[in-house]
Ligand binder design. Structure first.
Ligand SMILES: Cc1cc2nc3c(=O)[nH]c(=O)nc-3n(C[C@H](O)[C@H](O)[C@H](O)COP(=O)(O)OP(=O)(O)OC[C@H]3O[C@@H](n4cnc5c(N)ncnc54)[C@H](O)[C@@H]3O)c2cc1C
Length: 395
């Protein structure tokens, strides 16, 4: 019996597991493979929805999706990887466990880089479920106090990329759950312009939406300090606020430090076209933790549109590495983005130059469908196994 251990039950880890089940069945080796998924908690967290006003359905229970397929789910925190011994260290409740693997897939994802400025413990984010939930509680508390006091209704959002735009334009809907007061949102970016990397047409649309909302812009600056009542900007400005939300800067899992290989400036480990880490015979890295390039493509961004497909290749190729068979090179030929811009508004772009395709209500419908249908696994475990074959999604 071979033991395949997958660290992470996010998009990449979940689909690695599905694909491993599928390929082990294809090879007639299902009874010779034990699959364990280790995740911090019981959930696949749909991180793209963490800016939304309703967090009730953004976490998907992994147990009913994994257990019927014979996959072992361990909830615990992986604290170390020892490739020489083929073991990982896991903190489960108060216990320290050592788990042996024959093959390891690291799908531990990414996280927001904590800004290194005074007062950073006061800064909110929408990167993980717990932090998004904390932000909701904080806004509820301000609302319960009637948003009284200087700056209580002002929210500073740092970062004018996709997450910053979604957080800034979605905040009022969170506040509306608790109060009829209108928030004043200030969107800050260190670049002189917002949404750099988007086509001119897309940027014009974003600017038009922002101009028609209660969001004011501060390009070309960043907070250098935060306290309970103010955000202090590098341009000398002092903004009265009790809520700063940081969205800029992602980094790959700190577990990558236990592994040798080329790393980029986001700590991602460079893998080959099969998601294998070149320095090891039995370790793959996938999803946001990996620096990967589809054949004939450009480097994948940290995004769920890549991670969930990457999982299908990494799971397949891991099983082939263990039992033999045909390895498949990663292929993903298209790139799209869909940015939520508040009630009845979103924009859908296509290509690396992010050409504007769909906006307004029609864009919002696409966004909602992506967030609640396309990226969400089926409740039927067998349907997920059937959908796990590696294939260029070409959307
Ligand atoms: C607010 C927001 C909006 C976004 N919007 C979009 C979007 O519109 N489109 C898009 O494509 N992408 C979007 N993304 C990015 C997308 O969510 C990520 O790229 C995607 O979740 C990466 O999937 P992953 O499986 O590689 O990693 P993750 O989703 O980060 O999953 C990693 C899993 O591993 C677990 N884990 C991590 N470390 C350990 C450990 N040491 N021990 C045990 N378990 C561990 C975590 O708990 C988690 O379950 C957004 C992200 C955010 C935060």
């Amino acid at each position: 019996m071979k033991h395949l251990v997958i660290i992470g039950g996010g998009f990449a880890g979940f689909w690695s597991a599905m694909s491993a089940v599928r390929q082990s069945r294809e090879l007639g080796k299902a009874n010779d493979l034990k699959i364990t998924v280790i995740n911090k908690d019981n959930y696949l967290t749909n991180r793209p929805r963490l800016y939304e006003s309703n967090l009730d359905t953004v976490r998907i229970d992994l147990q009913p999706l994994l257990t019927p397929l014979g996959i072992n789910l361990v909830t615990g925190l992986v604290t170390g990887i020892q490739p020489q011994e083929q073991t990982i260290a896991v903190k489960k409740d108060a216990e320290d466990l050592t788990m042996h693997y024959d093959y390891l897939i690291v799908a531990a994802g990414s996280r927001l880089k904590q800004p290194e400025i005074p007062g950073n413990h006061l800064i909110h984010n929408v990167d993980q479920f717990e932090s998004a939930d904390n932000l909701h509680k904080h806004i509820a508390q301000l609302a319960a106090g009637g948003f009284k006091g200087e700056g209580a209704k002002t929210v500073v959002v740092v970062g004018g990329g996709l997450t910053g735009l979604e957080a800034a334009t979605g905040l009022q809907e969170i506040a509306d759950k608790y109060s009829t007061e209108k928030l004043q949102v200030i969107l800050i970016d260190r670049q002189p312009e917002l949404a750099i990397g988007y086509s001119n047409e897309a940027r014009e649309y974003i600017n038009e939406v922002l101009m028609n909302s209660n969001i004011s812009l501060r390009p070309g600056t960043l907070p250098v300090k935060v306290d309970e009542d103010y955000a202090y900007l590098s341009n000398g400005e002092k903004i009265a606020t009790k809520t700063v939300i940081w969205t800029a800067g992602l980094e790959a899992s700190p577990l990558n430090k236990f592994l040798n290989g080329n790393k980029d400036n986001m700590n991602r480990l460079e893998v080959d076209e099969h998601f294998k880490l070149p320095s090891y015979a039995n370790i793959s890295v996938t999803g946001d933790a990996a620096l990967s390039k589809p054949s004939d493509g450009v480097y994948a961004t940290m995004s769920c549109q890549y991670s969930l497909f990457q999982g299908k290749w990494s799971g397949h190729n891991a099983v082939v590495d263990i039992f033999g068979g045909e390895k498949l090179p990663y292929k993903q030929s298209t790139y799209v983005t869909c940015v939520d811009l508040g009630p009845q508004r979103a924009m859908f772009t296509r290509g690396w130059d992010r050409q504007l395709q769909v906006t307004e209500d029609a864009g919002k419908k696409i966004k909602m469908e992506i967030n609640t249908v396309w990226v969400v696994p089926s409740p039927d475990p067998e349907a997920n196994v059937a959908a796990a074959a590696p294939a260029d999604p070409a959307f």
